[in-house]
Write a protein that binds this ligand. Structure first.
Ligand code: ZN
Length: 65
């Protein structure tokens, strides 16, 4: 899998961070965010985003591991 970097800070992204960007912004997104930049962008906390990841995983979403 090609590695992607955060659009804002340039940090290398995990599969979960890429999945979260797709789920919460756009599944055809071409800009991706790391957890802390995504939290800031969406005006939520990182904890809320981590909880979202767990929710999506429980739904069996293949974007997350
Ligand atoms: Zn970032």
């Amino acid at each position: 899998m090609e590695s992607k970097r955060c659009y804002v800070c340039g940090k290398e992204l995990s599969k979960n961070e890429i999945g979260l960007t797709k789920k919460l912004i756009d599944k055809k997104a071409n800009k991706f965010y790391c957890l802390s930049c995504l939290a800031e962008y969406l005006e939520v906390t990182e904890e809320e985003l981590l909880a979202k990841i767990e929710e999506f995983k429980e739904e069996g979403c293949t974007l997350f591991k």
